[in-house]
Design a protein around this ligand. Structure first.
Ligand code: URP
Ligand code: ZN
Ligand code: ZN
Ligand code: ZN
Length: 509
């Protein structure tokens, strides 16, 4: 039902469309500065059969090898986006980028892997995975899955075991918002945290107080505020902070690691900072929209312009983005995602009379690597090593696929970008690769350009041209018990021992 040729008209594919799915080409990347999270050196990178086979200076190779000159440029692990929604059914419609168009966009922007969220079908994880596996048959880039949990019973509990033991999923997401749709109760969250812990799977939360959001929305509508600005006004930072703190405290009670997706406010970030200061294992993921935009767009007089900025939690007032960047630079937040969840202007217009019906989500999968480079490396806020860490390595480590992904090391998958720090990028809907007709970063540009993207040993982006094939992307199994689980059992054992300490208690007569 999903033949390769049907995608050959998409405009992305050259005559090699039907050629072998496995790349046998040999590539030498010559003379660049090879950067990993904890090292950098001027060296050549030799790739064979999709794998990095050697990293050292001044290699000499035969003439059957394609040589890419990277002199004066950075050679870095391809980006890994921990947070996307391709072809997700949501708010009465479906996100416009599917696994092919979204991944093509990603590759053009220097991202070589993403982790998407499987949404269960009527609460069934098995049916959800079946649906997403089908959607992902057209993948042209490697990908993994997180799994959302939207209801609780014995079946779901057993399906979680199956997802971890058989299906390569090691993370589960709980929505504390979207009341009446995806939202879960504290009781379910607690059961989910317990189950995640026992499976060595990472619990992730969308942290907003969904009950309070619903109240806030009614309040705005009653005040006659029906436009996109009502979205921001109805769900202020305090609701994000409350849910972030609640999830953190429940994870502490259970003693299991926690991952907070799309940290959008100073308020939520401060809760994460406090938890980490206490020694708790909490990971904070800001997203590129939250790191470079502010909410003023939501007041724009043109509905189409304003509506494209509607996402949850909302993009915040000026000042939050700068603080989130600083927290990322300082290690309070650990990695950058996008929450790529693109809707076109027709879909956004579902909420023309009522901001509650505007599909929530913004783009970013193509823009993340460039915008983070420009706003954080080019500006001097972080090192090139830190750039690699927050865009790639940290994600690979958290989701337990390092060093297959997230590194330029012998034996790693050849997912590599060549970035020219002296070139520049520009963002516009007319030239981006997403299917959306709008872009929340429209008109932005900056220094640093991804000139080459190599996906598992195949040059897929070069000279402004994409060469991608549906079906080339592979599903990446992610095993449980990442480093975040090291020692959890020891802390539990010490706690139980402390409970058994004898109580000196005298009986009064
Ligand atoms: O507005 C957003 N963030 N849409 C995507 C779904 C989610 O909450 O991650
Ligand atoms: Zn099919
Ligand atoms: Zn979310
Ligand atoms: Zn999301």
């Amino acid at each position: 039902s999903h033949q390769i040729p049907e995608f050959c008209d998409a405009g992305y594919v050259d005559s090699s469309c039907l050629s072998s799915q496995q790349s046998n080409s040999k590539i030498l990347i010559k003379g660049g500065t090879v950067v990993n999270a904890h090292s950098r050196e001027v060296a050549d990178v030799y790739i064979e059969d999709g794998i990095i086979s050697s990293v050292r200076p001044n290699m000499v190779v035969g003439d059957d090898v394609t040589v890419l000159d990277a002199t004066g440029k950075y050679v870095m692990p391809g980006g890994i986006d921990p947070h996307t929604h391709m072809e997700m059914e949501f708010m009465g419609t479906a996100t416009i980028d599917d696994f092919f168009s979204g991944q093509a966009a990603a590759l053009a922007g220097g991202t070589t892997m993403h982790i998407d969220f499987v949404i269960p079908v009527n609460g069934s994880l098995t049916m959800g995975l079946e649906s997403y596996s089908h959607k992902a048959k057209k993948a042209c880039m490697d990908y993994g899955f997180h799994m959302a949990i939207t209801k609780w019973d014995e079946v779901v509990s057993r399906e979680m075991e199956l997802m971890v033991s058989e299906k390569g999923i090691n993370s589960f997401k709980f929505f504390m918002a979207y009341k009446g749709a995806l939202m879960i109760s504290d009781e379910l969250l607690l059961q989910g945290l317990d189950k995640c812990k026992s499976l060595g799977a990472l619990a992730m939360v969308h942290a907003e107080n969904g009950d309070a959001v619903a109240e806030g929305q009614t309040k705005m509508i009653n005040l006659g505020i029906t436009g996109p600005e009502g979205h921001a006004l109805s769900r202020p930072p305090v609701l994000e902070a409350e849910a972030t703190a609640r999830a953190i405290h429940l994870a502490a009670f259970v003693n299991t690691p926690l991952y907070i997706v799309h940290v959008m406010s100073i308020d939520a970030m401060e809760e994460i900072a406090q938890a980490r200061k206490r020694g708790q294992r909490v990971i904070g993921e800001p997203v590129v929209s939250g790191l470079v935009l502010d909410d003023s767009w939501l007041w724009h007089p043109d509905f189409t312009t304003a509506a494209k900025y509607v996402m949850s939690p909302p993009i915040r007032k000026s000042g939050h983005a700068e603080a989130l960047q600083a927290a990322l630079a300082g290690g309070i937040l650990q990695l950058v995602g996008t929450d790529h969840c693109a809707f076109n202007s027709t879909q956004k217009a579902l909420g023309i009379d009522d901001f509650r019906k505007i599909p929530n989500g913004v783009n970013g999968v193509e823009e993340r690597m460039h915008l983070i480079w420009d706003s954080m490396v080019e500006s001097g806020k972080i090192s090139v090593n830190d750039y690699v860490r927050i865009t790639s390595t940290e994600c690979a480590q958290i989701f337990n696929i390092y060093p297959r992904k997230g590194a330029i090391l012998e034996g790693s998958d050849a997912d590599i970008i060549i970035l020219n720090p002296n070139s520049s990028f520009e963002i516009a809907a007319h030239s981006h690769h997403s299917k959306s007709d709008t872009n929340v970063f429209e008109g932005r540009g900056g220094k640093g350009k991804v000139e080459v993207t190599i996906s598992r040993g195949k040059v897929v982006w070069k000279d402004g041209e994409l060469k991608v094939e549906p079906g080339y992307g592979r599903y990446i199994n992610m095993p449980p018990f990442s480093y975040l689980f090291d020692g959890i059992d020891k802390v539990d054992a010490a706690y139980v021992t402390s409970l058994r300490a004898p109580v000196q208690r005298s009986v009064s007569t």
